[in-house]
Design a protein around this ligand. Structure first.
Ligand code: BGC
Length: 735
């Protein structure tokens, strides 16, 4: 492979060992920095999109010219070996200093082999599987030229109206932190210079998941303790896991947009958290400082964000257009620019790009590493583990052996395009397995499978109902395929109504007239308000958007080849009026009292219960589990917890054993319950297992209004169970 002579020597000594290592890098990068003109430096701070994919409001047609002029240091939305090679060649052969480009992309749940949406993956509670899926995602993306992945998104959200809940780990801070760190490890692997790992980007820093009213890009207003306690830890976990980059968020915090927030990007991220990688703005978020009303024009927006700590400008060209002027006017220093450039050059060096700028442009890997059999097997496994069984009256599922005909009815039953969900990277919808295809694959000649659409996803047309009912009457069993279209969640897809769209509830009610055992299989990117469905059908399986192998994985669950064990990581409300609703809320001064249902002056509604439809951590199995013998004792300065979990049903099954804690009395109010641990384990029918957890004082420490974090001794209630509501408990004095 051709080396870049001018600079290879400079970088040969760059160590590839973690972001905190910078001594040798400093010396070598200094010599390159010395050679660079101001505009070449600003170029390194500029990230532009190609015209291959549209992920934001402004497009670039002149990206090739910018690269050639040395005015771009990184490109996103460009992939395939040929295309990336062409752009990289321009950078390393036609620019003066031949500095290679970074290639970024939103590989959110797979690159070509698409895995379930992240919210679905979280429901697997299987960190190892999530890590392996991200390492496949990185392996496929890097086989097509990508070396920088705009994930993980670790924004905590408690509001299902917000479409981007599909991209995160759900509502829980502790679990999302674990998942975020796992994803970073999956992308970056052990060795960032390997040609199958990529730089991660923890986003969106910070608190982007708390927009008012769940409306995309809306204002965020949260208390400082809530920010530190609930929203910030997952970003910190991603940073501690070694992410090479962090992306700012569109929202404001305490009246200051993240992209111009010096407290956030410098005092906290750099000085307190010791982050060594680089910070990229979100898509035109520097320019948007003008709309936020903190900058009068693009120039002052560029000034504010560079001063705050943004190193790279995504797509807005505010740096490109203004930093020279700002230097000339002594508004910013060369030292500031050099610092940002240095961080980006270090990332390039760690990826090995100076050694071989084409290391991610290997034609052979592009042919062999993508959509492999093994990758698809892993995707199918994750589909199965992501499925959450929400209801299963009379053991409707798994499909009994005597069923000889199945009618699949509903708009999501055979829609390849919707199987991928949103943020589909280079995913190919025509290679997806739909529910119908998965069912046919599994049923073979033994069971007749028919399909009727019944209605559209989101329209008022009921003309297909009669045919659907006829099909239901003619079958032994009915599977309703209901939910949202793939593009109804994700970015810029907030909803004010989280019911099943269109006439799907009516379709379900109509089909139930056939009196057949019926299962609703749901496809959606957010918790939906499905009380009506819960009341009308005997079984409901939540499958999210499963990606390439959706149909096969769902069929595995429906037929009982796999016993479902997924558990919700976001609360499903009974109705939209309960939103935001989350399990780890505060008690309030007038909490609901089940003993006094008619007492008026309590924290409740007059027209709805407080309880959700399905709580956090909830999910059924084809078997049943019984929890007992809980002990929680303080030994050696830690709480040692032990519980017995028995499989009391007729099948082997996995259970996610969840540990929650309540700090009974604090100097400030504490949540009613907080997840502090879990174990997913297989328990054979008739067997039981002892599960143990340990809690330290650190695990129970929390932020105080002065932002110190400490443990307060006292009484704690330890809860263990298969979801956040059905638990057994023990009181412990821990001082
Ligand atoms: C999104 C980011 C994404 C970026 C690039 C933005 O609109 O908020 O999550 O990484 O676009 O596609």
């Amino acid at each position: 492979m051709k080396k870049i002579q001018a600079i290879t020597a400079v970088f040969l000594f760059v160590a590839i060992s973690g972001w905190s290592q910078n001594v040798t890098e400093g010396i070598n990068i200094d010599s390159l920095l010395n050679e660079m003109s101001l505009i070449e430096k600003i170029g390194q701070l500029t990230l532009i999109t190609s015209d291959w994919d549209i992920t934001g409001p402004s497009l670039s047609n002149d990206y090739k010219e910018l690269i050639k002029a040395g005015k771009a240091g990184a490109v996103f939305n460009a992939y395939t070996v040929d295309f990336v090679r062409e752009l990289q060649k321009t950078a390393v052969e036609e620019t003066r200093l031949k500095i290679p480009l970074l290639f970024g992309y939103d590989v959110i749940h797979g690159h070509r082999t698409i895995f379930p949406i992240p919210l679905g993956q979280a429901a697997s509670w299987n960190l190892d599987l999530i890590r392996r899926s991200e390492s496949v995602a990185a392996s496929e993306a890097t086989a097509e030229g990508i070396n920088w992945i705009f994930a993980p998104m670790v924004d905590i959200s408690r509001d299902p109206r917000w479409g981007r809940v599909s991209e995160g780990g759900g509502e829980d801070t502790w679990l999302t932190s674990k998942i975020g760190a796992t994803r970073v490890n999956g992308f970056q692997g052990e060795d960032l210079s390997s040609n199958s790992t990529a730089l991660a980007c923890v986003k969106h820093f910070a608190a982007y998941g708390a927009p008012e009213a769940g409306r995309e890009y809306n204002t965020v207003d949260i208390s400082t303790t809530s920010l530190f306690e609930s929203y910030l830890p997952p970003y910190k976990a991603g940073i501690d896991a070694g992410t090479g980059s962090v992306m700012t968020s569109f929202n404001e915090i305490n009246g200051q947009p993240s992209t111009s927030n010096k407290w956030l990007l410098t005092d906290l991220l750099r000085d307190q958290w010791d982050f060594k990688g680089f910070v990229v703005s979100d898509y035109t978020s520097i320019n948007e400082l003008v709309n936020h009303g903190v900058a009068e024009d693009e120039k002052s927006a560029a000034l504010l964000s560079l001063n705050a700590g943004v190193d790279m400008d995504m797509q807005g060209r505010a740096f490109l257009n203004n930093l020279e002027m700002l230097i000339a006017g002594d508004k910013i220093s060369m030292q500031q620019i050099d610092q940002a450039v240095r961080r980006i050059l270090i990332a390039k060096a760690k990826l090995g790009l100076f050694d071989d700028p084409y290391r991610y442009c290997n034609k052979k890997r592009e042919k062999t590493a993508i959509m492999t059999k093994d990758n698809r097997i892993l995707a199918r496994k994750l589909v199965r583990e992501s499925c959450v069984l929400l209801k299963n009256e009379n053991n409707t599922l798994p499909i009994p052996d005597n069923v000889k005909s199945i009618a699949i009815i509903g708009p999501l039953g055979d829609s390849k395009k919707d199987m991928l969900g949103n943020w589909i990277a280079a995913g190919e919808w025509d290679k997806c397995i739909t529910l119908k295809e998965g069912m046919v694959n599994r049923a073979g000649d033994l069971i007749k499978v028919t399909y009727n659409r019944g209605c559209g996803i989101d329209d008022a047309n009921t003309s297909g109902f009669e045919e659907a009912l006829k099909a239901a009457r003619n079958a032994d069993m009915v599977i309703l395929a209901l939910g949202e279209a793939g593009e109804m969640s994700g970015e810029a897809a907030s909803r004010t109504n989280i019911d099943l769209p269109g006439v799907q509830n009516q379709l379900a009610t109509m089909v139930m007239e056939a009196g057949k055992p019926t299962v609703a299989v749901l496809f959606n990117g957010r918790p939906l308000a499905i009380s009506q469905l819960q009341a009308s059908v005997p079984a409901i399986l939540e499958t999210w958007f499963g990606g390439t192998e959706a149909g096969n994985g769902i069929a595995d669950v429906l037929f009982g080849d796999y016993n479902p064990a997924g558990k919700l990581t976001m609360t499903f409300p009974q109705n939209l009026g309960q939103v935001p609703i989350y399990y780890n809320h505060k008690n309030t001064g007038r909490p609901l009292d089940p003993e006094r249902p008619d007492f008026k002056y309590l924290s409740k509604y007059i027209d709805s219960p407080n309880d959700p439809l399905y709580p956090f951590g909830y999910g059924l199995s084809y078997t049943t589990f019984k929890y007992d013998d809980l002990s929680a004792n303080v030994e050696g300065g830690q709480i040692q917890i032990s519980v017995n979990v028995a499989n009391t049903g007729n099948r082997d099954g996995e259970e996610v054993v969840q540990l929650y804690v309540q700090d009974k009395i604090g100097s400030i109010t504490r949540p009613v319950k907080e997840l502090k641990g879990f174990q997913k384990l297989m328990i054979k029918k008739g067997e039981s297992k002892t599960v143990q957890f340990t809690l330290t004082k650190d695990d129970l420490a929390f932020y105080h209004p002065d932002l110190t974090k400490s443990f307060e001794p006292g009484e704690f209630v330890v809860y263990v169970g298969g979801n956040s509501v059905e638990t057994i408990q023990k009181l412990v004095l821990f001082d």
